[in-house]
Design a protein around this ligand. Structure first.
Ligand SMILES: Cc1cc2nc3c(=O)[nH]c(=O)nc-3n(C[C@H](O)[C@H](O)[C@H](O)COP(=O)(O)OP(=O)(O)OC[C@H]3O[C@@H](n4cnc5c(N)ncnc54)[C@H](O)[C@@H]3O)c2cc1C
Ligand SMILES: *[C@@H]1O[C@H](CO)[C@@H](O)[C@H](O)[C@H]1NC(C)=O
Ligand SMILES: *[C@@H]1O[C@H](CO)[C@@H](O)[C@H](O)[C@H]1NC(C)=O
Ligand SMILES: *[C@@H]1O[C@H](CO)[C@@H](O)[C@H](O)[C@H]1NC(C)=O
Ligand SMILES: *[C@@H]1O[C@H](CO)[C@@H](O)[C@H](O)[C@H]1NC(C)=O
Ligand SMILES: *[C@@H]1O[C@H](CO)[C@@H](O)[C@H](O)[C@H]1NC(C)=O
Length: 646
């Protein structure tokens, strides 16, 4: 179902509930029992629906009284990471915290697992940033579009509309951060301490398998067994390992989303904190500096331009696209480029240079026969009965889930446990016969959308998405101009590095190997290739054909990281140090997915939240250490006595 259809479906089902439950009943003959029962059912449905979308669960949006207000800490961006930073800092009762979030409260669709896709193209809830088109990647996208770098815009950020999949990355990732990149404090045992704090607060669950997904999982497990692929030796929560699993931890409970905003900010004891202000619809424009110190932020609230001043620190948690953009707008970035845009450079740092993502290459397998799926296909998520089941049966049923499994393999040696997995088979999505497919959602060319629908008119398909766990290619984020309202200028380099292309070729060959298994053959599964005239002119199934296919179909995977890279002091690639402090200025940190030097093995939400737990702890520790030192030295520095410049 397409996003627009989903939105319509949502309002339709609410109407249907009302119509079927009240309209017409009174007009019929009844001795009262029937009408009373139906009225009771209606009341129960409506009260459950009201509780789901209860906006007083969220922190009250604060209205600033003055042009400038000051706080000990200001957190910019209330997404996956920022919600945690603001909550943890405001645990200290004698410390005031302002959280600025450009978006709104999460809407009802954010709460219900199966409906959140309807928000993915909605400009009120997303920043639909796209790269400049280039001749090398994402060529299947609509004319004039480059690669998609869409990201969330609401309280809770990505955590309020994502797939809820929780993957902490692998031990090898963080061993590398610590021992190759020399980043103290980020070894696996240390980040696990932060993960434990996070998990305690999130209360993770597993996504329930619907009958259809269970059937698909069986199919993949059978093929993996026949290929003698390794099986995971540990639960995913202990770190990404080789093999397939359907036991995927999720930030969801009984079909209701548990974003970091819900778990860290919407709790009654947090809402009651008078030292925490949450300001929605407040978009930071640029940072304010006093000499070398970040002193505050200028932001817009409706048609007003206001300022907030940070007495201790300013924390950027605006996500990998917008934290970098804000630094650039504030004069922190490649100096020559900033000067060319008329921005006075403050610090020459490689902001925006290490932007990367797993990317994803969807491959489509057509079913040649029913394969037992028909019998197990569940009721549509949008059917009134599904809605009633969801509301009345503790959020069960098709609206509550829809995911099957994921796998991690070494594409050079799929049978082995050698080294690390370099390939993530992200989701096994079933597209039923007659469905609209995924191409419109992905913003592909109209002729591709039509071709996929035509194929789906004949047979159902399985979508296998391959993502790079160790991508070498790096994209770049710059500014178009000094105007904060302009989207950033992004140069995508998906699979620009030959090593990445080679891994994707091995992914394709691996899927072809799966197609030879008895399990897949029993279902008559065959590759379905979208029509790509430039590639179709090449020798079928040659590496050249597939490299062309990759240039067209390897797309953004919503996992932007790395634009404000963490590095040691002597590493020229660094924007922040290992305590997340921006180099060369005081009182400024970046605490979100931007700081990853290298992307982790798996979806990025859990690592972004772990980074927030680490960052909040570091901010508190560093303050206490500095306070102790200041008491000793009896320094009298007053950070507020110098005029602001911006
Ligand atoms: C459609 C989609 C599906 C995904 N699926 C998964 C998944 O299943 N599992 C997974 O692990 N990861 C998933 N991800 C990725 C994951 O959600 C992100 O990696 C994660 O949210 C990043 O956290 P963050 O705190 O760095 O940024 P975000 O969560 O993006 O938060 C940034 C926040 O800052 C706000 N902001 C930005 N600019 C400003 C400004 N100028 N002023 C004020 N506020 C501002 C934004 O509105 C946003 O709320 C998905 C992402 C998307 C978009
Ligand atoms: C909404 O939430 C508030 C505060 O948590 C609560 O008092 C109220 O009863 C809730 N309303 C519904 C309809 O559940
Ligand atoms: C706040 O309280 C903590 C102890 O709860 C203390 O360590 C810290 O110094 C206090 N900070 C200020 C600014 O008073
Ligand atoms: C700004 O918005 C407010 C409230 O929406 C409105 O009353 C006011 O006229 C606006 N001011 C300007 C200058 O547009
Ligand atoms: C699946 O079941 C439906 C109804 O039960 C039937 O109409 C349809 O033909 C079946 N499809 C296949 C591929 O068996
Ligand atoms: C995959 O296995 C091969 C062969 O054993 C090994 O050389 C390679 O390093 C492994 N890949 C990774 C990414 O570890």
């Amino acid at each position: 179902m397409r996003a627009s259809e989903q939105r319509v479906a949502l309002s339709l089902w609410l109407l249907l509930l009302l119509a079927t439950c009240s309209g017409g009943v009174a007009a019929q003959q009844s001795n009262g029992v029937g009408v009373a029962l139906i009225e009771a059912a209606r009341a129960a449905l409506l009260s459950e629906a009201a509780a789901l979308s209860n906006s007083s669960d969220w922190p009250a949006s604060y209205e600033p009284g003055q042009l400038s207000e000051s706080y000990d800490y200001i957190v910019v961006g209330g997404g996956s990471a920022g919600s945690i930073v603001a909550s943890r800092l405001s645990e200290q009762r004698n410390v005031s915290v302002l959280l600025l979030e450009a978006g709104a409260q999460p809407p009802l669709e954010s709460d219900i697992y199966a409906l959140s896709g309807s928000l993915h193209h909605d400009e009120r809830y997303m920043w639909l940033d796209e790269a400049q088109p280039n001749g090398n990647c994402c060529l299947a996208r609509r004319a004039g579009s480059g690669c998609n770098w869409w990201h969330a815009r609401m309280l809770g950020g990505g955590g309020s509309l994502n797939g809820n999949i929780y993957v902490p990355g692998s031990a090898a990732n963080f061993r590398r951060w610590r021992w190759q990149l020399q980043l103290k404090g980020w070894d696996w045992p240390q980040v696990q301490v932060a993960y434990r704090r996070l998990q305690q607060q999130l209360q993770l669950n597993f996504l329930p398998l619907q009958p259809l997904e269970a059937q698909l999982a069986k199919l993949i497990y059978a093929a993996a067994r026949e290929l003698q692929l390794p099986r995971p030796r540990q639960p995913l929560l202990m770190g990404s390992d080789f093999g397939y699993t359907h036991d995927v931890p999720a930030t969801v409970q009984q079909g209701r989303r548990r974003s970091s905003a819900r778990q860290y900010l919407a709790q009654p004891q947090v809402r009651a904190r008078s030292n925490l202000r949450v300001l929605l619809a407040a978009q930071a424009q640029r940072l304010l500096f006093k000499r070398q110190r970040a002193a505050g932020v200028q932001y817009t609230l409706g048609n007003r331009t206001l300022r907030a001043l940070a007495k201790r620190e300013l924390v950027l948690s605006a996500g990998a696209l917008n934290s970098a953009k804000l630094l650039l707008l504030s004069g922190i970035g490649p100096a020559a480029e900033l000067r060319a845009l008329g921005i006075q450079p403050l610090r020459d740092l490689p902001v925006g240079r290490n932007l990367h993502d797993h990317g994803m290459l969807p491959l489509f397998l057509r079913f040649g026969n029913d394969c037992g799926l028909n019998a197990s296909s569940s009721r549509s998520a949008y059917a009134p009965a599904s809605v009633a089941e969801y509301l009345l049966q503790q959020q069960r049923g098709p609206l509550a889930a829809g995911f099957s499994m994921m796998g991690f393999i070494n594409s050079s040696a799929p049978h082995s446990r050698d080294g690390q997995p370099d390939l993530h088979i992200v989701a096994h999505t079933f597209m039923p016969r007659g469905s609209a497919g995924s191409f419109e959602y992905l913003g592909l060319r109209p002729e591709l959308v039509t071709a996929q629908r035509a194929a789906l008119a004949q047979a159902p398909m399985l979508q296998l998405m391959g993502s790079l766990l160790l991508p070498k290619s790096r994209s770049k984020l710059q500014l178009r101009s000094a105007d904060p309202q302009q989207p950033p200028l992004i140069s995508s380099a998906y699979a620009a590095d030959p090593a990445d292309r080679a891994t994707l070729l091995r992914f394709i060959r691996y899927v072809q190997l799966m197609l030879t298994t008895p399990a897949f053959q029993r279902c008559g599964l065959q590759l379905w290739l979208p029509p790509l005239p430039a590639c179709d002119a090449l020798t079928p199934d040659s590496d050249d054909y597939w490299l062309c296919h990759i240039r067209h179909m390897f797309l953004g995977a919503w996992h932007a990281v790395g634009s404000c890279r963490m590095a040691t002091r002597n590493d020229p690639r660094g924007v922040v140090d290992e305590r997340l402090r921006v180099f060369g200025v005081q009182g400024l940190r970046v605490v979100d997915a931007s700081i990853m030097p290298e992307i982790t093995a798996g979806n990025t939400n859990a690592p972004a939240m772990m980074i927030a737990e680490q960052g909040a702890r570091m901010i508190r520790e560093d303050y206490n250490r500095a306070a102790a030192a200041a008491t000793l030295a009896e320094t009298t520095e007053q950070p507020n006595d110098i005029p602001l410049y911006d």
